[in-house]
Design a protein around this ligand. Sequence first.
Ligand SMILES: Nc1nc2c(ncn2[C@@H]2O[C@H](COP(=O)(O)OP(=O)(O)OP(=O)(O)O)[C@@H](O)[C@H]2O)c(=O)[nH]1
Ligand SMILES: [Mg+2]
Ligand SMILES: [Zn+2]
Length: 343
Amino acid sequence: MTVLGARSSSLASLGWSDFFGDQLEPDDAGLIPTRIAMVHRDRLSGLSQSGQIDLTLPPNANTGDYAVGDWVLVEPHDQLVKRRLTRKTVLERRTQGGRVPQLAAANVDTLFIVTSCNADFNIARLERYLALANEAGTTPVILLTKADTAEDAETYQKQAAALQRGLAVVMLNPRIADAATALAAWCGVGQTVALIGSSGVGKSTLVNTLAGSGQQSPQQTGAIREHDAKGRHTTTARSLHAVAGGGWVIDTPGMRTLQVSDVGYGIDTLFAEITELAPLCKFRDCTHVHEPGCAVQAAIKAGTLDPERLARWRKLSDENQHNTPVVSGPRGAKFPVGRGKRR
Ligand SMILES: Nc1nc2c(ncn2[C@@H]2O[C@H](COP(=O)(O)OP(=O)(O)OP(=O)(O)O)[C@@H](O)[C@H]2O)c(=O)[nH]1
Ligand SMILES: [Mg+2]
Ligand SMILES: [Zn+2]
Protein backbone atom coordinates (compact mmCIF):
# COMPACT_ATOMS: atom_id res chain seq x y z
CA MET A 1 0.00 0.00 0.00
CA THR A 2 1.36 3.40 -0.87
CA VAL A 3 0.39 5.85 1.80
CA LEU A 4 2.80 8.57 0.87
CA GLY A 5 2.78 11.08 -1.89
CA ALA A 6 5.76 9.44 -3.54
CA ARG A 7 8.07 12.20 -4.67
CA SER A 8 11.79 12.44 -4.60
CA SER A 9 12.78 15.21 -2.30
CA SER A 10 15.74 17.08 -0.96
CA LEU A 11 16.54 16.30 2.65
CA ALA A 12 15.49 19.82 3.63
CA SER A 13 12.09 19.39 2.05
CA LEU A 14 11.67 16.19 4.10
CA GLY A 15 12.13 18.30 7.23
CA TRP A 16 15.87 17.78 7.74
CA SER A 17 17.74 20.68 9.36
CA ASP A 18 21.05 21.46 11.09
CA PHE A 19 19.52 20.13 14.29
CA PHE A 20 19.80 16.64 12.75
CA GLY A 21 22.87 17.29 10.60
CA ASP A 22 24.84 18.27 13.71
CA GLN A 23 24.22 14.81 15.15
CA LEU A 24 26.06 13.00 12.34
CA GLU A 25 29.40 11.36 13.20
CA PRO A 26 32.20 10.55 10.74
CA ASP A 27 31.23 6.84 11.05
CA ASP A 28 27.76 7.62 9.73
CA ALA A 29 29.04 8.38 6.22
CA GLY A 30 27.30 6.02 3.82
CA LEU A 31 24.16 5.66 5.96
CA ILE A 32 20.94 7.04 4.51
CA PRO A 33 19.01 9.65 6.52
CA THR A 34 15.41 8.42 6.46
CA ARG A 35 12.21 9.79 7.97
CA ILE A 36 9.84 7.30 9.58
CA ALA A 37 6.60 7.50 7.59
CA MET A 38 4.51 4.68 9.00
CA VAL A 39 4.70 2.58 12.14
CA HIS A 40 2.89 -0.78 12.09
CA ARG A 41 2.81 -3.33 14.85
CA ASP A 42 5.59 -5.39 13.26
CA ARG A 43 7.20 -3.18 10.63
CA LEU A 44 8.30 0.33 9.77
CA SER A 45 8.48 2.23 6.55
CA GLY A 46 10.38 5.39 5.83
CA LEU A 47 11.05 8.10 3.28
CA SER A 48 14.49 9.02 2.04
CA GLN A 49 15.66 11.33 -0.69
CA SER A 50 15.09 8.59 -3.23
CA GLY A 51 11.59 7.60 -2.10
CA GLN A 52 9.82 5.08 0.09
CA ILE A 53 11.76 2.28 1.87
CA ASP A 54 10.60 -0.70 3.94
CA LEU A 55 12.90 -0.72 6.94
CA THR A 56 14.49 -3.59 8.85
CA LEU A 57 14.37 -3.31 12.62
CA PRO A 58 17.55 -3.91 14.60
CA PRO A 59 17.49 -7.05 16.77
CA ASN A 60 15.63 -6.57 20.08
CA ALA A 61 14.06 -3.33 18.89
CA ASN A 62 10.35 -2.77 18.97
CA THR A 63 8.35 -0.70 16.45
CA GLY A 64 6.92 1.13 19.49
CA ASP A 65 10.37 2.67 20.04
CA TYR A 66 9.90 4.72 16.87
CA ALA A 67 7.47 7.52 16.15
CA VAL A 68 6.20 8.72 12.80
CA GLY A 69 8.33 11.75 11.96
CA ASP A 70 11.50 10.33 13.54
CA TRP A 71 14.80 10.60 11.68
CA VAL A 72 16.86 7.40 11.50
CA LEU A 73 20.10 6.43 9.75
CA VAL A 74 19.72 3.37 7.53
CA GLU A 75 22.21 0.84 6.11
CA PRO A 76 21.87 1.03 2.30
CA HIS A 77 22.32 -2.68 1.48
CA ASP A 78 19.78 -4.23 3.87
CA GLN A 79 17.68 -1.23 5.02
CA LEU A 80 18.64 -1.93 8.63
CA VAL A 81 17.92 0.95 11.01
CA LYS A 82 21.33 1.71 12.58
CA ARG A 83 20.49 4.66 14.77
CA ARG A 84 17.68 7.06 15.62
CA LEU A 85 18.57 10.73 15.86
CA THR A 86 17.58 12.82 18.87
CA ARG A 87 14.13 14.35 18.41
CA LYS A 88 13.52 18.05 18.15
CA THR A 89 10.02 17.55 19.55
CA VAL A 90 8.02 14.51 20.61
CA LEU A 91 4.31 14.13 21.26
CA GLU A 92 3.63 11.33 23.66
CA ARG A 93 0.68 10.43 25.79
CA ARG A 94 -0.14 8.08 28.57
CA THR A 95 -3.19 5.91 28.01
CA GLN A 96 -5.52 5.17 30.90
CA GLY A 97 -3.73 2.67 33.14
CA GLY A 98 -0.74 2.47 30.76
CA ARG A 99 2.68 2.87 32.36
CA VAL A 100 4.78 3.50 29.27
CA PRO A 101 3.91 6.62 27.28
CA GLN A 102 2.77 6.02 23.72
CA LEU A 103 4.62 7.93 21.02
CA ALA A 104 2.21 9.86 18.84
CA ALA A 105 4.59 11.75 16.54
CA ALA A 106 8.08 13.24 16.49
CA ASN A 107 9.75 16.31 15.02
CA VAL A 108 6.44 18.11 14.62
CA ASP A 109 6.52 21.89 14.22
CA THR A 110 2.80 22.59 14.57
CA LEU A 111 0.08 20.54 16.25
CA PHE A 112 -3.36 20.95 14.71
CA ILE A 113 -5.85 20.14 17.48
CA VAL A 114 -9.03 19.26 15.61
CA THR A 115 -12.51 19.51 17.11
CA SER A 116 -16.01 19.88 15.69
CA CYS A 117 -18.71 22.47 16.37
CA ASN A 118 -20.92 19.79 17.94
CA ALA A 119 -20.99 17.47 20.96
CA ASP A 120 -17.29 16.76 20.50
CA PHE A 121 -16.33 20.29 21.60
CA ASN A 122 -15.04 20.12 25.16
CA ILE A 123 -12.99 22.87 26.76
CA ALA A 124 -11.30 20.73 29.41
CA ARG A 125 -10.20 18.22 26.77
CA LEU A 126 -8.87 20.98 24.50
CA GLU A 127 -6.84 22.26 27.45
CA ARG A 128 -5.29 18.79 27.82
CA TYR A 129 -4.22 18.79 24.18
CA LEU A 130 -2.81 22.30 24.57
CA ALA A 131 -0.76 21.30 27.62
CA LEU A 132 0.62 18.37 25.61
CA ALA A 133 1.52 20.58 22.63
CA ASN A 134 3.19 23.22 24.84
CA GLU A 135 5.19 20.60 26.68
CA ALA A 136 6.36 19.01 23.44
CA GLY A 137 7.59 22.34 22.12
CA THR A 138 5.18 22.40 19.16
CA THR A 139 2.95 25.34 18.28
CA PRO A 140 -0.71 24.47 18.87
CA VAL A 141 -3.44 25.62 16.49
CA ILE A 142 -7.11 24.76 17.02
CA LEU A 143 -9.05 23.69 13.94
CA LEU A 144 -12.82 23.91 14.24
CA THR A 145 -14.62 21.68 11.76
CA LYS A 146 -18.30 21.18 10.89
CA ALA A 147 -19.27 24.83 11.29
CA ASP A 148 -21.70 24.10 8.43
CA THR A 149 -23.74 21.87 10.75
CA ALA A 150 -23.83 24.34 13.68
CA GLU A 151 -25.94 27.44 14.19
CA ASP A 152 -23.59 29.20 16.59
CA ALA A 153 -20.13 28.44 15.20
CA GLU A 154 -18.79 31.82 16.38
CA THR A 155 -19.50 30.87 20.00
CA TYR A 156 -17.24 27.85 19.61
CA GLN A 157 -14.55 29.98 18.04
CA LYS A 158 -14.68 32.53 20.88
CA GLN A 159 -14.45 29.86 23.54
CA ALA A 160 -11.50 28.19 21.84
CA ALA A 161 -9.59 31.44 21.34
CA ALA A 162 -9.86 32.22 25.07
CA LEU A 163 -8.03 29.03 26.08
CA GLN A 164 -4.48 30.30 25.70
CA ARG A 165 -2.78 33.61 24.94
CA GLY A 166 -2.00 34.10 21.26
CA LEU A 167 -3.70 30.85 20.28
CA ALA A 168 -4.67 30.62 16.61
CA VAL A 169 -8.13 29.17 15.94
CA VAL A 170 -9.13 28.37 12.36
CA MET A 171 -12.67 27.49 11.36
CA LEU A 172 -12.68 25.34 8.24
CA ASN A 173 -14.42 22.65 6.27
CA PRO A 174 -11.85 19.87 5.67
CA ARG A 175 -13.83 18.65 2.67
CA ILE A 176 -13.09 21.68 0.51
CA ALA A 177 -9.84 22.96 -1.00
CA ASP A 178 -10.16 26.32 0.84
CA ALA A 179 -9.07 24.44 3.96
CA ALA A 180 -5.59 23.93 2.49
CA THR A 181 -5.31 27.65 1.69
CA ALA A 182 -6.32 28.57 5.24
CA LEU A 183 -3.56 26.34 6.66
CA ALA A 184 -0.82 27.15 4.12
CA ALA A 185 1.14 29.30 6.60
CA TRP A 186 1.87 26.25 8.76
CA CYS A 187 2.45 23.79 5.91
CA GLY A 188 5.41 25.35 4.08
CA VAL A 189 8.27 23.34 2.56
CA GLY A 190 10.17 21.40 5.25
CA GLN A 191 7.46 22.01 7.88
CA THR A 192 5.69 19.14 9.66
CA VAL A 193 2.21 19.35 11.16
CA ALA A 194 0.36 16.62 13.07
CA LEU A 195 -3.39 16.20 13.49
CA ILE A 196 -4.82 15.14 16.81
CA GLY A 197 -8.40 14.90 18.12
CA SER A 198 -11.39 12.62 18.65
CA SER A 199 -12.56 10.09 16.11
CA GLY A 200 -14.82 11.55 13.43
CA VAL A 201 -13.77 15.22 13.61
CA GLY A 202 -12.36 15.17 10.07
CA LYS A 203 -8.60 14.61 10.49
CA SER A 204 -8.21 12.17 7.59
CA THR A 205 -10.58 14.19 5.43
CA LEU A 206 -8.22 17.12 5.96
CA VAL A 207 -5.17 14.98 5.11
CA ASN A 208 -6.79 14.11 1.79
CA THR A 209 -7.51 17.77 1.07
CA LEU A 210 -3.96 18.83 2.03
CA ALA A 211 -2.55 16.08 -0.22
CA GLY A 212 -4.30 17.84 -3.09
CA SER A 213 -6.20 16.64 -6.09
CA GLY A 214 -2.98 15.63 -7.89
CA GLN A 215 -2.83 12.28 -6.12
CA GLN A 216 -5.23 9.54 -5.06
CA SER A 217 -6.73 10.28 -1.60
CA PRO A 218 -4.20 8.70 0.76
CA GLN A 219 -6.52 8.19 3.74
CA GLN A 220 -9.82 6.41 4.33
CA THR A 221 -12.56 8.42 6.04
CA GLY A 222 -15.75 7.31 7.77
CA ALA A 223 -19.14 8.82 8.60
CA ILE A 224 -19.97 9.57 12.25
CA ARG A 225 -22.95 8.34 14.31
CA GLU A 226 -25.75 10.90 13.97
CA HIS A 227 -27.14 10.77 17.51
CA ASP A 228 -23.97 11.58 19.48
CA ALA A 229 -21.52 12.76 16.79
CA LYS A 230 -19.05 9.99 17.70
CA GLY A 231 -16.71 8.65 15.02
CA ARG A 232 -15.99 5.01 14.25
CA HIS A 233 -12.20 4.95 14.63
CA THR A 234 -11.59 4.66 10.91
CA THR A 235 -7.85 5.45 11.12
CA THR A 236 -5.87 2.85 13.07
CA ALA A 237 -2.21 3.75 12.45
CA ARG A 238 -0.12 6.92 12.36
CA SER A 239 1.25 7.98 9.01
CA LEU A 240 3.11 10.79 7.25
CA HIS A 241 1.76 12.35 4.05
CA ALA A 242 3.01 14.96 1.62
CA VAL A 243 1.13 18.27 1.55
CA ALA A 244 0.67 19.51 -2.04
CA GLY A 245 3.45 21.99 -2.79
CA GLY A 246 4.60 22.11 0.81
CA GLY A 247 5.50 20.18 3.92
CA TRP A 248 4.25 17.08 5.68
CA VAL A 249 1.17 16.13 7.66
CA ILE A 250 0.90 13.29 10.19
CA ASP A 251 -2.51 11.65 10.58
CA THR A 252 -3.28 9.89 13.86
CA PRO A 253 -6.10 7.62 15.05
CA GLY A 254 -8.87 9.37 17.01
CA MET A 255 -8.26 9.45 20.75
CA ARG A 256 -10.77 8.32 23.33
CA THR A 257 -9.08 9.74 26.40
CA LEU A 258 -5.98 11.74 27.11
CA GLN A 259 -4.30 11.41 30.48
CA VAL A 260 -1.67 14.02 31.21
CA SER A 261 1.67 13.34 32.90
CA ASP A 262 4.93 15.24 33.00
CA VAL A 263 3.45 18.36 31.39
CA GLY A 264 4.15 20.90 34.15
CA TYR A 265 5.69 23.37 31.73
CA GLY A 266 2.82 22.86 29.28
CA ILE A 267 0.26 23.65 32.00
CA ASP A 268 2.16 26.76 33.11
CA THR A 269 2.10 28.07 29.54
CA LEU A 270 -1.55 27.20 29.03
CA PHE A 271 -2.67 28.91 32.24
CA ALA A 272 -0.24 31.83 32.00
CA GLU A 273 -2.66 34.22 33.70
CA ILE A 274 -2.58 32.02 36.82
CA THR A 275 1.14 31.17 36.59
CA GLU A 276 1.97 34.88 36.54
CA LEU A 277 -0.08 35.66 39.66
CA ALA A 278 1.42 32.92 41.84
CA PRO A 279 4.69 34.77 42.66
CA LEU A 280 2.58 37.65 44.03
CA CYS A 281 0.96 35.41 46.67
CA LYS A 282 2.13 35.92 50.25
CA PHE A 283 3.21 32.29 50.65
CA ARG A 284 5.63 30.72 48.22
CA ASP A 285 3.78 27.37 48.32
CA CYS A 286 0.32 28.98 48.16
CA THR A 287 -2.35 26.55 46.93
CA HIS A 288 -4.65 29.48 46.01
CA VAL A 289 -7.51 27.98 48.02
CA HIS A 290 -7.71 29.59 51.46
CA GLU A 291 -4.40 31.35 52.16
CA PRO A 292 -4.36 35.01 53.23
CA GLY A 293 -2.66 37.33 50.75
CA CYS A 294 -3.42 35.03 47.78
CA ALA A 295 -3.11 36.99 44.52
CA VAL A 296 -5.09 34.36 42.60
CA GLN A 297 -8.09 34.52 44.95
CA ALA A 298 -7.84 38.32 44.85
CA ALA A 299 -8.07 38.21 41.04
CA ILE A 300 -11.17 36.00 41.29
CA LYS A 301 -12.77 38.52 43.69
CA ALA A 302 -11.83 41.39 41.39
CA GLY A 303 -13.44 39.56 38.48
CA THR A 304 -10.25 39.48 36.40
CA LEU A 305 -9.82 35.69 36.62
CA ASP A 306 -12.48 33.16 35.65
CA PRO A 307 -13.20 30.84 38.63
CA GLU A 308 -13.99 27.96 36.28
CA ARG A 309 -10.62 28.37 34.67
CA LEU A 310 -8.98 28.15 38.10
CA ALA A 311 -10.98 24.99 38.86
CA ARG A 312 -9.82 23.38 35.61
CA TRP A 313 -6.21 24.45 36.28
CA ARG A 314 -6.41 22.77 39.69
CA LYS A 315 -7.88 19.55 38.32
CA LEU A 316 -5.31 19.25 35.52
CA SER A 317 -2.37 20.17 37.79
CA ASP A 318 -3.47 17.59 40.38
CA GLU A 319 -3.78 14.89 37.74
CA ASN A 320 -0.39 15.80 36.32
CA GLN A 321 1.25 15.64 39.72
CA HIS A 322 -0.40 12.33 40.48
CA ASN A 323 0.77 10.82 37.17
CA THR A 324 4.29 12.24 37.10
CA PRO A 325 6.89 9.90 38.57
CA VAL A 326 9.20 11.55 41.07
CA VAL A 327 12.65 10.50 42.20
CA SER A 328 14.29 11.37 45.47
CA GLY A 329 17.01 13.95 45.08
CA PRO A 330 19.67 15.07 47.57
CA ARG A 331 18.28 15.28 51.13
CA GLY A 332 15.09 13.60 50.04
CA ALA A 333 13.98 16.50 47.82
CA LYS A 334 11.50 15.31 45.23
CA PHE A 335 11.61 16.44 41.67
CA PRO A 336 9.92 15.15 38.51
CA VAL A 337 11.83 12.88 36.17
CA GLY A 338 12.63 14.28 32.73
CA ARG A 339 10.77 16.93 30.83
CA GLY A 340 9.19 14.96 28.00
CA LYS A 341 11.23 16.66 25.29
CA ARG A 342 14.19 15.80 23.10
CA ARG A 343 14.71 12.14 23.61
N1 LIG B 1 -20.58 18.39 7.39
C1 LIG B 1 -19.27 18.24 7.58
N2 LIG B 1 -18.75 17.00 7.60
C2 LIG B 1 -17.43 16.86 7.81
C3 LIG B 1 -16.59 17.98 8.02
N3 LIG B 1 -15.33 17.52 8.23
C4 LIG B 1 -15.39 16.17 8.14
N4 LIG B 1 -16.66 15.75 7.87
C5 LIG B 1 -17.13 14.36 7.77
O1 LIG B 1 -16.89 13.72 9.03
C6 LIG B 1 -16.70 12.32 8.84
C7 LIG B 1 -15.47 11.84 9.59
O2 LIG B 1 -14.30 12.29 8.97
P1 LIG B 1 -12.88 11.56 9.09
O3 LIG B 1 -11.93 12.40 8.31
O4 LIG B 1 -12.95 10.12 8.78
O5 LIG B 1 -12.59 11.73 10.64
P2 LIG B 1 -11.27 11.35 11.47
O6 LIG B 1 -11.03 12.49 12.40
O7 LIG B 1 -10.16 10.99 10.57
O8 LIG B 1 -11.75 10.08 12.30
P3 LIG B 1 -10.89 8.78 12.85
O9 LIG B 1 -10.02 8.30 11.75
O10 LIG B 1 -11.96 7.82 13.23
O11 LIG B 1 -10.12 9.29 14.03
C8 LIG B 1 -16.61 12.12 7.32
O12 LIG B 1 -17.87 11.64 6.89
C9 LIG B 1 -16.35 13.52 6.79
O13 LIG B 1 -16.82 13.72 5.48
C10 LIG B 1 -17.19 19.30 8.00
O14 LIG B 1 -16.55 20.34 8.21
N5 LIG B 1 -18.53 19.35 7.76
MG1 LIG C 1 -9.01 9.29 10.40
ZN1 LIG D 1 -2.23 32.02 46.00
